[in-house]
Design a protein around this ligand. Structure first.
Ligand SMILES: *[C@@H]1O[C@H](CO)[C@@H](O)[C@H](O)[C@H]1NC(C)=O
Ligand SMILES: *[C@@H]1O[C@H](CO)[C@@H](O)[C@H](O)[C@H]1NC(C)=O
Ligand SMILES: *[C@@H]1O[C@H](CO)[C@@H](O)[C@H](O)[C@H]1NC(C)=O
Ligand SMILES: *[C@@H]1O[C@H](CO)[C@@H](O)[C@H](O)[C@H]1NC(C)=O
Length: 582
């Protein structure tokens, strides 16, 4: 469907990256004249290039780019209203929560052979403390030693490692916690939650050197994913590039300012040549800025070499776990001491079923009658990205949905069960959303939508907002979530008993290209911000991060059906908790 005339023009147009028109033949000549001779046009294109709005793969123009320092001022945080003192304080707290170890200062970029190499790195399962065997309830520790491609030990931290403990035979798995000792060694901690065999798996997602590149891209190239809008009036239409982050201290080309009036969140499109700003009719994915890595940096992002590669063990990686030990001394003192340094994940899989470690126990909703019974009388509002739409699609197998002549991927979607009085909606979040063209009239901010709900015990609000924010400076996400949180607080005041469910980020499949804008490292940072900001708000978290890490299926931005079923069973267990148990 993208193979329209506009697309054809974009693809073959040299200068036309920014301004593309669908026009009738009679306009063609006039427009071409305007476009090629107009001084404004030239100026705009030069500015556009300076601003980095243009796809830099157009080699001819690449050399017109000014030297990098100007990008340091391309900061999204400088836009929008000044944060209040409380917000500024929270900003600092959140930035501290996501701080990542810095690389030691070096005069030149580190050569590849001195960067972390998963193949030369090793882990060891440490013996259990003070006993010969392992029991359910113990904590297992594995020590990881990172080495470079020449086999020398690494002396600094910052590698992005993930760990899981699993038993394929038992359909069991749990996410481990990785502690960075900042000297090239890491501890992976696992709670022992089931009896039988258990195997440690440790993966290097990115080397510390690669993370440093991602961090730089995020701050200095905030517009490496860009968007476009179509403007149309009568016979005339134009498409221009749109972004949220404007560079500072540079003369701006003529812009259309679509900053959200309620929240102050910025959004800009280049002003069309001929049409006015209020003729914008849609929003869509624009493209990716390429290339963004230097040749040296690209070596840090090689599939099967240093992106998501398993680290081997120097000894056994499997242990046998015995049933829980009843310790007599512990029984006598009758207090099983809380161990503050013990890591508790949010849940684990056993026989393929997710078991949360705190909160509601999960029930299985295997058939249509148990699902409709649970949802009877409920209104479910879903907001977010395609990872939220997966839940809608799963449930719409049980609640009839409408074909409203809308593109399935874009929505909004609606499902209704008249008999059981169930209404379920899905709507994508506002910009930045990498999507097929979505009509501007359907492009709504979640905070604004929440303000339109009455709420109450029959209302369920569910959202998942992460995947389209990974390429931006973290401030863009913090600001978005802050306004959603404010709207949620208002909603919970207005409609006490509203159930709010938040789905976190999940692991994705990554290669060299997708790492630049969608790396798990970006998602991890976003996820940490999300959890920190919504803590203590009485909302339910669906920990998609752990649910995809602990599971055996390969990482995918859209987790496969068994994980979706576990997620939906979890939310249904919150919508209609088991009265017998609670
Ligand atoms: C490491 O890489 C650098 C730069 O590519 C090269 O000059 C050097 O010879 C390499 N060292 C080894 C031991 O391979
Ligand atoms: C790294 O730090 C940890 C924790 O402080 C320590 O146990 C370990 O011995 C150190 N490793 C090296 C190689 O210095
Ligand atoms: C865009 O509009 C917002 C809200 O009216 C305003 O605060 C902001 O300064 C405007 N941006 C520019 C670049 O003019
Ligand atoms: C649901 O299905 C799973 C797997 O098929 C089964 O183990 C479980 O017992 C079922 N639960 C209920 C409540 O029917």
């Amino acid at each position: 469907m993208l193979k329209t005339e506009q697309e054809a023009l974009v693809n073959h147009g040299g200068l036309k990256g920014i301004i593309m028109c669908r026009y009738r033949a009679k306009y063609a000549l006039i427009f071409l004249l305007l476009a090629t001779s107009g001084l404004m046009f030239l100026l705009r294109n030069i500015l556009t290039l300076k601003l980095g709005w243009q796809n830099s793969s157009r080699a001819a123009f690449a050399q017109m780019r000014p030297a990098p320092p100007y990008r340091a001022h391309t900061f999204c945080s400088h836009l929008g209203p000044e944060p209040t003192p409380d917000e500024a304080l929270e900003d600092r707290y959140l930035l501290k929560a996501i701080a990542w170890p810095e690389l030691p200062a070096r005069p030149a970029p580190v050569p590849l052979n001195q960067t972390s190499d998963p193949v030369h790195s090793l882990f060891t399962v440490l013996p259990s403390k003070g006993q010969k065997e392992w029991h359910v309830g113990d904590q297992l520790e594995a020590l990881v030693h990172m080495h470079d491609f020449q086999g020398s030990p690494k002396r600094y931290g910052g590698d992005f490692l993930v760990a899981r403990l699993h038993s394929p035979d038992l359909g069991a798995g749990v996410a481990g916690k990785v502690v960075d000792h900042l000297n090239g060694s890491y501890s992976a901690l696992f709670p022992l939650l089931w009896g039988g065999s258990a195997q440690v798996q440790i993966t290097m997602v990115h080397s510390s050197e690669a993370v440093a590149v991602l961090q730089r891209l995020r701050e200095e190239r905030p517009n490496r994913v860009f968007f476009k809008s179509l403007f149309r009036s009568g016979e005339l239409s134009e498409t221009t590039t749109c972004i949220p982050c404007l560079p500072l201290n540079y003369p701006q080309p003529p812009l259309c300012n679509y900053t959200n009036l309620h929240t102050g969140e910025p959004w800009y499109c280049l002003k069309p040549e001929l049409l006015s700003c209020d003729t914008r009719i849609n929003h869509a994915m624009g493209g990716y800025e390429n290339p963004l890595y230097t040749n040296q940096e690209a070596l840090l992002f090689q599939s099967r070499i240093n992106i998501k590669v398993i680290i081997h063990t120097s000894g056994p990686d499997r242990i046998n776990v015995l049933p829980q030990k009843i310790d007599e001394t512990e029984l006598e003192s009758s207090t099983i001491k809380a161990e503050p340094d013990k890591y508790t994940p949010s849940g684990y899989y056993y026989q393929g079923t997710w078991r949360p470690l705190c909160g509601t126990s999960v029930r299985q909703f295997n058939d249509s009658s148990s699902i409709t019974q649970c949802l009877t009388g409920k209104v479910i509002h879903m907001y977010g990205d395609s990872t939220m739409r997966q839940w809608f699609e799963y449930l719409s197998a049980f609640i009839p949905d409408f074909n409203l002549h809308r593109t399935k991927n874009v929505g909004p979607l609606m499902a209704v069960d008249f008999k059981n009085n169930i209404l379920m909606n899905y709507r994508c979040h506002g910009p930045p959303i990498r999507i097929l063209p979505v009509s501007t009239s359907e492009l709504r901010y979640v905070a604004d939508e929440l303000d339109g709900l009455a709420g109450g015990p029959d209302t369920v609000v569910v959202f998942s907002i992460w995947a389209h924010f990974t390429s931006f400076p973290i401030e863009v996400y913090i600001r978005r979530m802050r306004h959603i949180r404010q709207a949620l607080v208002r909603l919970l005041d207005r409609g006490p008993g509203t159930l709010v469910i938040i789905r976190s980020a999940n692991f994705v499949a990554m290669d060299q290209t997708t790492s630049k804008h969608s790396s798990d490292w970006f998602s991890l940072q976003i996820d940490t911000v999300l959890r920190t900001m919504f803590k203590g708000l009485g909302v339910v978290f669906v920990d998609a991060w752990e649910m995809t890490l602990a599971h055996h299926s390969p990482h995918n931005i859209h987790p496969p059906p068994p994980i979706i079923k576990n997620m939906v069973d979890l939310i249904l267990s919150h919508v209609c908790p088991d009265k017998k148990k609670s």
